[in-house]
Design a protein around this ligand. Structure first.
Ligand SMILES: Nc1nc2c(c(=O)[nH]1)N[C@@H](CN(C=O)c1ccc(C(=O)N[C@@H](CCC(=O)O)C(=O)O)cc1)CN2
Ligand code: GAR
Length: 191
C-alpha cells in the first residue's frame, strides 16, 4: 500500500479531488492532510472525507522535526502540495527526493516565485493580457516553483476574462489533471 500526505493552506478543493480519485483504491491511500491554517476549509473537507487532519504552526514547521517525524512514522511515500502557502524547508525536501510535488496555477516559469499564489497569479496573467493560462505540476526543490516540471496543461483566455474567470478555468484543469498525474507518479514507485 502506497501512502500520500497532502499539504494545503486553504479551501482544499484539490485535496478533495485527490482523495476522491483514490477512494476506491486498495493500493494507494491518502493517509494525512496537513495544514498550517487552523481556519482552512480543507480541515472540514478532511473530516467529511474521513481523512486524519493535522494542524501545525510556524514554530513546529521550521523549528522542530515534528512534521518530518510524522511523515516518516506514517510511512508516507509521496508528499503532495495542493495550495500550501509556506516555503518547504530543506530538511523536508531532502527527506523526500523526487517524492514531493506541487501544483502551480500558471504556466511556469512565468508567474511563479515568492508572492505569486492564489488570486495574485491570475491578476498578473489578466494584467499581462495573456491569451492562455494553465497549470504546472512540478517536483519541489528549495526555491518556490523552481523544481523540474512534470506536467503542464493550458486553457485559452478571452479578453473579457476576469481573474475570477481565469481561476475557474485553471481550477478545472487542476481537478482534472492533478489526481491523474499523482496516480501515474506513485504507481511507478518501486520500493
Ligand atoms: N521549497 C518550496 N516550498 C514551496 C514550493 C516550492 O516550489 N518549493 N511551492 C509552494 C507553492 N507555491 C506556488 O505553487 C507558493 C506558495 C506561496 C508563495 C508565497 O509567496 N508565500 C508567501 C506567504 C503567503 C502566506 O503566508 O499566506 C511568502 O513566502 O511570503 C509562493 C509560492 C509551496 N511551498
Ligand atoms: N502558488 C501556489 C498556489 O497558488 N496554489 C494554488 O492555490 C489554489 C488552492 O486551491 P484549493 O485549496 O481549492 O485546492 C490552487 O489553485 C493552487 O494551484
Amino acid at each position: 500500500m502506497k501512502s500520500i500526505a497532502i499539504f494545503a493552506s486553504g479551501s482544499g478543493s484539490n485535496a478533495e479531488a485527490i482523495v476522491r480519485h483514490f477512494q476506491a483504491r486498495t493500493d494507494v491511500q491518502i493517509s494525512l492532510i496537513l495544514t498550517n491554517n487552523p481556519e482552512a476549509g480543507v480541515i472540514k473537507r478532511a473530516r467529511r472525507l474521513h481523512i486524519p487532519a493535522v494542524v501545525f504552526d510556524r514554530h513546529a514547521f521550521y523549528e522542530t522535526d515534528r512534521v518530518l517525524e510524522l511523515l516518516v512514522n506514517q510511512k508516507i511515500d509521496l508528499v503532495v502540495l495542493a495550495g500550501f502557502m509556506m516555503l518547504i524547508p530543506e530538511k523536508l525536501i531532502h527527506a523526500f527526493p523526487e517524492k514531493m510535488v506541487n501544483i502551480h496555477p500558471a504556466l511556469l516559469p512565468r508567474y511563479g516565485g515568492k508572492g505569486m499564489y492564489g488570486h495574485f497569479v491570475h491578476e498578473a496573467v489578466v494584467a499581462a493580457g495573456e491569451p492562455q493560462s494553465g497549470i504546472t505540476i512540478h517536483f519541489v526543490n528549495e526555491v518556490y516553483d523552481d523544481g523540474e516540471v512534470i506536467f503542464q496543461a493550458t486553457c485559452d483566455l478571452e479578453a473579457k476574462d476576469s481573474p475570477e474567470d481565469v481561476a475557474r478555468k485553471v481550477q478545472a484543469l487542476e481537478h482534472e489533471h492533478y489526481p491523474v498525474v499523482i496516480d501515474r507518479l506513485i504507481s511507478n514507485f518501486t520500493e
